[in-house]
Ligand binder design. Structure first.
Ligand SMILES: [Zn+2]
Length: 244
């Protein structure tokens, strides 16, 4: 049986864990890892988000071991903490400027961002997408991150469909269609390795696939810093302090 969980990101630096009878979890994660754990009784009474909090839902599908599931859950907590940090995106733009963007077929036209004068071209698509996802997560409407197992005895770590989720500009408003779909290769998922570096590495790998889902690409097997998607992954792993 797969387990549905929800990650809640708190921007007021609280950590809340809630486990209900259905084995569903809502976790409020501190943006600041140094903050002390505290509990907010209001979240136990209902599932409403407090001001400044956001939620990312995810589903880890059947086929992972318990250890693998724990690794994935911890990696997703890092994603919930970091994905919308402006300094990570800024870190990427500082490195690649207005280049490095490679998009899947029809991703750009589908975004309708060419008509939005607040954005300046394809290189700006990721900034728009992260803004859309952040606002949706603050309203508890963020698309679900689906994590599926795969098993191949090769170096593939993960796979993500290009363009299975769209953020669409409608001028002053926007919409999101689709969900995140990420496969992780259990052959390479070293779930017994409890190092923080390992967790962050896998969080970065999932984020890389999430960017594929959003339509971003690199040339085949080219993981160099020529491409926005690869640079963003590194900036994410280094928490906004990546330099080349
Ligand atoms: Zn890739």
């Amino acid at each position: 049986m797969s387990v549905l969980r929800a990650l809640v990101v708190s921007f007021n630096h609280t950590l809340i864990k809630k486990i209900d009878e259905n084995y569903e979890q809502s976790i409020i994660i501190p943006v600041n890892y140094n903050s002390n754990q505290s509990f907010s009784p209001s979240l136990f009474d209902d599932n409403q988000l407090l001001p400044g909090q956001s939620r990312i839902d995810y589903k880890i599908h059947q086929g992972f071991t318990l250890n693998e599931e724990i690794l994935i859950k911890n990696a997703l907590e890092i994603i919930a903490n970091r994905l919308f940090k402006p300094e990570i995106l800024q870190n990427m733009y500082n490195i690649c400027g207005t280049s490095g963007e490679l998009l899947g077929a029809r991703v750009w036209s589908r975004s309708q961002l060419g008509n939005d004068k607040n954005y300046h071209g394809m290189y700006d698509l990721l900034r728009f997408q992260l803004m859309c996802l952040k606002i949706k997560s603050e309203n508890d409407q963020c698309p679900t991150i689906h994590i599926y197992p795969m098993y191949e005895k090769n170096e593939t770590q993960a796979e993500g469909t290009v363009g299975c989720i769209s953020c669409i500009s409608h001028g002053s408003t926007f919409s999101i269609e689709g969900n995140f779909q990420v496969k992780l290769n259990r052959y390479n998922l070293d779930a017994l390795n409890k190092n923080v570096e390992n967790l962050v590495y896998w969080a970065g790998t999932i984020v890389h696939e999430m960017l594929h889902n959003l339509g971003h690409k690199h040339k085949n097997n080219d993981y160099s810093n020529q491409w926005q998607i690869n640079i963003f992954e590194n900036c994410f792993i280094y928490n906004g302090n990546y330099s080349i």
